[in-house]
Ligand binder design. Structure first.
Ligand code: ADP
Ligand code: MG
Length: 690
């Protein structure tokens, strides 16, 4: 048997079971080794009944004193055991005649289950049990009992049996040790095989608490190698890009400085610095792969525009892709305003576009008449052919996966080589996490807001006090300001989203008859949405009721009040993004988080974080701690990997060492790095062309 043999090569695994195991992402014998237990049970020692504690799961042995069936609404089988220290009742609701007959008075029984407090002392409900033969000793296990992640129709016993087989195979032919010895020594790490064996079958004296926390050296050993594998695979992507050709953009400096001089504002020092990074990258004959991180409102769009100017001046096309129609439309408008004086009209491409307009755009993109293209996902779909794409800008990168980024890049592959890539995100993430998630990108941070911005003051109010909030909206609008009223996101249902927004809209139009109120939601046609946003931006509408479609990037400086309904349902970063819609003008802005009581602990903490800080990095760090990295980075939608063992929050502190190890391996052994990536990510790496 080979470690990469299919599971069906194991005893007891037929096609049906293989399908069920596939649901746990188990396909090969080796995969079983990395299916780590969720927790452990201790059957290594017998616990005296007198020493039992409620809630604990224990192994107990005793003599049957009494066995009876009673009626408590339904038939119960009660078995009373004693081990001399005290008595314990086993209670069964479902039982066969044969089971009932087993519990003869005087027989010895070992049982394992959760201890509860019943009317007459300790109880176990439906424990696992074994009736011992006369003279037979109670059996205890040598190692802790692993509890594996469950899948329907595969019992724990079966999983234990399969892992036993896989472990036996591993012990007979241990996996190749791929970490450099110096690193293992330095970090005091066990070998891969030892770590795996320990985690599957921990000895009785194992530190279970540490293991449950995921901080045991054996777990850290595996997490380290997994993080390393992902890191290496992304670095490989980066290294490959460095060997690719791209148009070196040398010309066009006057166009850039002219554009910057004509802006209605001065760039912040941070914007200046980041523009410098970008222009430097673009001048290289290899594709740029740069990530711009900048808090909401830090002014990323204009930085992207400068990169576009440079590209166009150098005779290639630039494309900018945004995750939502509204955001793409807004970019299209900003870009139209900025580029009009230069005689450039950006082309527009989106999914909801009419056929004729789309044809026109596609033609201009293909024959090069459109030097600048703005759009949504539609940009990398079939039928879009660029004349000479030299720069790809992706806004709100966390909404797209690596795959989508690669797909757009591939559109630009030509005789010139690859297009330069600029990705932007308003979800600033902690440095160690960025190391893991964006290792294929160089990073620049816009760590400064344009001058004159005032921090948004934030309060949380229970929705029972909605009346006061409505009054507040009336006052703000009466004084010439504008407000947003954002309605709950209802997961995966545009219909419900829309109904909630509609209901709030009704409520507000009745409560505030003197205000001009608009409604924008995800089900509207793009043109309708645009009309709604436009009238709001122009000040014709004072209060905009919206679903979270306005979440990213919408820019209306006169709006100074943001109400968010059912804020307890939303994630921290999302709330921070929404709040970032206000605080863009000179007046003090406010954000009111309406919530439905009672608040859970996490929801309470979330709202407290927003009250206490306006700093996107702090928000991101707390979000990471509260929700885990998957949510924060949007792995649900994107191709970001699920880790089998590593946890980016818990193991973040491993990242600096992972980075050093990767550099060492890179220098020492290409073969080993490749083998590590293959072991953890498989041959078909999830990152596409690795
Ligand atoms: P984000 O980084 O969230 O995408 P935007 O690019 O939408 O931010 O910029 C927010 C607003 O700030 C826009 O109205 C933009 O024109 C304006 N802005 C950008 N840079 C500056 C600056 N240096 N000074 C003043 N306003 C700026
Ligand atoms: Mg933006």
């Amino acid at each position: 048997m080979q470690s990469d043999s299919p599971l069906t090569s194991l005893k007891g695994v037929g096609p049906a079971l293989a399908v069920k195991l596939g649901k746990l992402n188990l396909y090969r014998v080796d995969d079983l080794l990395f299916l780590l237990p969720l927790r452990y049970e201790d059957r290594t020692q017998l616990v005296k009944i007198g020493a039992l504690q409620t809630g604990a799961r224990c192994l107990v042995s005793g003599e049957v004193l009494l066995s009876e069936t009673v009626f408590r609404g339904r038939r119960n089988l009660l078995v009373r055991l004693s081990d001399g220290s005290a008595q314990l009742t086993l209670r069964f609701f479902h039982f066969s005649r044969q089971q009932q007959a087993q519990f003869q008075v005087g027989k010895h029984v070992t049982c394992f289950g959760e201890v509860r407090r019943g009317k007459s002392g300790f109880e176990m409900i439906h424990p696992e049990y074994r009736v011992l033969r006369d003279e037979q000793e109670a059996v205890t296990d040598d190692s802790l009992t692993p509890i594996y992640p469950a899948t329907e129709g595969v019992q724990q016993g079966r999983l234990r049996n399969l892992t036993d087989q896989a472990l036996a195979h591993m012990v007979a032919s241990p996996p190749e040790e791929l970490l450099p010895g110096s690193i293992k020594e330095k970090l005091g790490m066990p070998s891969l095989a030892d770590a795996i064996l320990y985690l599957h079958r921990p000895p009785a004296d194992a530190d279970v608490k540490e293991m449950l926390a995921g901080t045991h050296p054996c777990q850290q050993r595996l997490a380290f190698e997994e993080l390393l594998a992902h890191y290496l695979s992304l670095r490989k992507l980066r290294a490959l890009a460095a060997t690719e050709d791209a148009v070196a953009m040398i010309d066009g400096n006057e166009d850039v400085s002219g554009f910057v001089a004509d802006l209605p504002f001065r760039l912040t020092a941070a914007q200046d610095r980041v523009v410098g990074d970008i222009l430097n990258d673009l001048a290289q004959p290899h594709p740029m792969m740069r990530l711009i991180q900048g808090d909401v409102g830090s002014g990323k769009t204009v930085v992207a525009a400068i990169a576009c100017i440079k590209s166009i001046a150098c005779g290639v096309q630039a494309a900018i892709m945004a995750p939502t129609e509204i955001l793409a439309e807004q970019h299209w408008r900003s870009f139209s305003d900025w580029f009009r004086p230069l005689g450039i009209e950006p082309a527009w491409l989106s999914g909801s576009q009419r056929a004729a307009a789309r044809r026109e755009s596609l033609a201009a993109i293909a024959n090069g008449n459109a030097p600048l293209v703005v759009g949504t996902h539609a940009l990398f779909q079939e039928g879009v052919d660029f004349h000479r794409l030299g720069l790809v800008v992706i806004d709100e990168q966390h909404r797209f996966g690596v795959h989508q980024r690669m797909a757009l890049r591939d559109k630009g592959i030509s005789a010139d080589g690859q297009p330069h890539q600029l990705v932007m995100t308003a979800t600033p993430i902690p440095r160690t996490l960025a190391m893991a998630a964006y290792a294929d990108l160089d990073t620049s941070v816009i760590d400064e807001l344009p001058p004159g911005r005032q921090p948004v003051s934030t309060i949380a109010i229970p929705e029972t006090r909605r009346g006061e909030v409505v009054e507040r909206v009336r006052l703000a609008c009466a004084s010439g300001q504008q407000a947003y009223w954002v309605c709950p996101l209802i997961e995966e249902s545009e219909v419900l989203d829309y109904q909630a927004a509609e209901a709030s809209y009704q409520m507000l139009t009745e409560a505030l008859p003197d205000l001009r109120i608009g409604l924008v939601h995800g089900r509207m046609r793009a043109a309708e949405k645009e009309r709604g946003m436009k009238t709001f931006k122009e000040g014709l509408i004072q209060l905009l009721v919206a679903t979270t479609v306005i979440e990213v990037g919408v820019d209306v400086p006169n709006a100074s009040l943001m109400i968010i309904e059912n804020s307890e349902r939303m994630g921290l970063s999302q709330l921070h993004q929404l709040r970032g819609r206000v605080g863009r003008g000179a007046v003090q802005s406010h954000c009111v988080l309406l919530y439905r009581s009672p608040l859970g602990r996490i929801a309470k903490e979330r709202l407290a974080v927003l009250r206490d800080t306006n700093d996107g990095f702090v928000v991101a760090q707390r979000d990471l701690e509260l929700r885990g990295p998957g949510e924060l980075l949007g792995t649900k939608q994107t191709g970001l990997p699920d880790y089998r063992i590593a946890n980016l929050v818990r193991d973040a502190e491993l990242m600096p060492q992972v980075q050093i190890t990767a550099e060492t391996l890179h220098k020492q052994s290409e073969h080993r790095s490749a083998a590590i990536v293959r072991r953890w990510l498989g041959d078909a790496s999830r990152y596409g062309k690795v």
